[in-house]
Ligand binder design. Structure first.
Ligand code: HEC
Length: 268
C-alpha cells in the first residue's frame, strides 16, 4: 500500500481547505490519506458487519463466546447475532452510542487492563467509528435476544464467622448462600457452604464466585470448580455446595458475589 507522507498530506489538506472544495480529493483505491477524516458512516449496523465483526471473529470469539475463557463476560452469543448480543449484554454496558472512545468495548482493548489482547490503532478506529455513528441514528437498538449473561448476585462483604448472602437478585427471593468464613494470610477459608431455599425452593447450575477488591473495584472469577454442579433444595430446605473452599488471594477489603448459569424454582 502506498502511504502519503504526513507532510504531503498536510499540504494537500491545506490546499483543499484553501480551495474550500473537499470534493476535489481524488483517492486511488487503497491509498490512505493521513489526517483525512473517515467517510461518514451511513448505516451503523452495515458498518459493524463489514468492519467490526471480522475483528471480533478473528480476535475475540475464542474467549468471549464461552463462560470459562472469558471469565463470565460472554458478550458474543455463541454462533449467534453478535450485533444484537453486544447491544444486549448487561443492559448495554459495552456501548455508549456517540462516544466510541469512552465505550467499555473500546477502552478494554486499548487503555484499560484486559486479560485478552489489545487491538491495533487502526482496528480501534473502526470500533470508534461504528459506535460514534450509533449515536447519530434515530432507529431503535436491535431487538434483544434472550440475555446471554449468567445470573449474578450483588457483592457482599465477607465477615469472619457466619455469613448469609441473599440470592434475591437472581430471582430466588428468600433464598440465601450461607457459609462460615475464616481469615487466613492473604485469603479466606469458607466452610459448610450451603444454599438455603426460600418459599419456591431452588435449582441452580454451575455456581461460581466472583471476588471484588473494594479498594480498586477490580473483579475476578475464582477458579471454576463447580461447572458440572447442580444444587436442588425444596422450599425451606438446604442444598450443600461444598464442605470447604479456600479463596486465595482474597483482598483485605473485599467482597463476594455468586453467579449461576441457570436458576429456577424447585422441581421434583
Ligand atoms: C485470551 C482470552 C481473551 C481474548 C482473546 C479477548 N478477551 Fe476480552 N476478556 C477476557 C477476560 C478473561 C475478561 C474478563 C477479565 C478482564 O476484565 O480482563 C475480558 C473482558 C473483556 C471486556 C469487559 C467486559 C465487561 O463486562 O466489562 C471487554 C469489553 C472485552 N474483554 C473485549 C474484548 C475484545 C473486543 C476482544 C477482541 C479484540 C477480546 N476481549 C479478546 C479474555 C479475552
Amino acid at each position: 500500500m502506498r502511504l502519503v507522507s504526513p507532510v504531503t498530506a498536510l499540504s494537500l489538506l491545506a490546499a483543499i481547505l484553501a480551495s474550500g472544495c473537499q470534493a476535489a480529493v481524488i483517492r486511488a483505491p487503497g491509498v490512505l490519506e493521513d489526517d483525512e477524516p473517515p467517510p461518514p458512516v451511513v448505516d451503523p449496523e452495515a458498518f459493524f458487519r463489514a468492519n467490526v465483526e471480522p475483528i471480533l471473529v478473528a480476535q475475540c470469539r475464542v474467549c468471549h463466546e464461552t463462560t470459562a475463557a472469558s471469565q463470565g463476560t460472554v458478550f458474543l452469543a455463541p454462533g449467534g447475532d453478535y450485533y444484537a448480543s453486544i447491544w444486549s449484554y448487561r443492559e448495554g454496558r459495552l456501548l455508549t452510542p456517540g462516544d466510541g472512545a469512552g465505550s467499555v468495548l473500546v477502552r478494554k482493548v486499548t487503555v484499560d487492563p484486559h486479560l485478552g489482547p489489545s487491538v491495533s490503532e487502526g482496528e480501534a478506529a473502526l470500533f470508534r467509528q461504528w459506535i460514534d455513528a450509533e449515536g447519530m441514528t434515530t432507529e431503535p437498538p436491535p431487538v434483544m435476544p434472550p440475555p446471554v449473561e449468567p445470573m449474578r448476585t450483588g457483592f457482599y462483604p465477607v465477615n469472619e464467622g457466619a455469613n448469609r448472602m441473599p440470592l434475591a437478585e437472581v430471582g430466588l427471593s428468600g433464598a440465601e448462600l450461607v457459609f462460615t468464613a475464616t481469615r487466613i494470610t492473604g485469603g479466606i477459608i469458607m466452610t459448610d457452604v450451603v444454599l438455603v431455599a426460600g418459599a419456591g425452593g431452588l435449582v441452580v447450575n454451575h455456581p461460581r464466585f466472583i471476588v471484588r477488591d473494594d479498594t480498586t473495584s477490580m473483579e475476578r472469577y475464582e477458579r471454576d470448580e463447580f461447572s458440572s454442579v447442580t444444587i436442588r433444595a425444596p422450599a425451606g430446605g438446604t442444598g450443600r455446595l461444598v464442605d470447604r473452599f479456600v479463596i486465595s488471594p482474597f483482598p483485605t477489603v473485599g467482597s463476594l458475589a455468586i453467579e449461576f448459569d441457570t436458576v429456577g424454582p424447585y422441581t421434583m
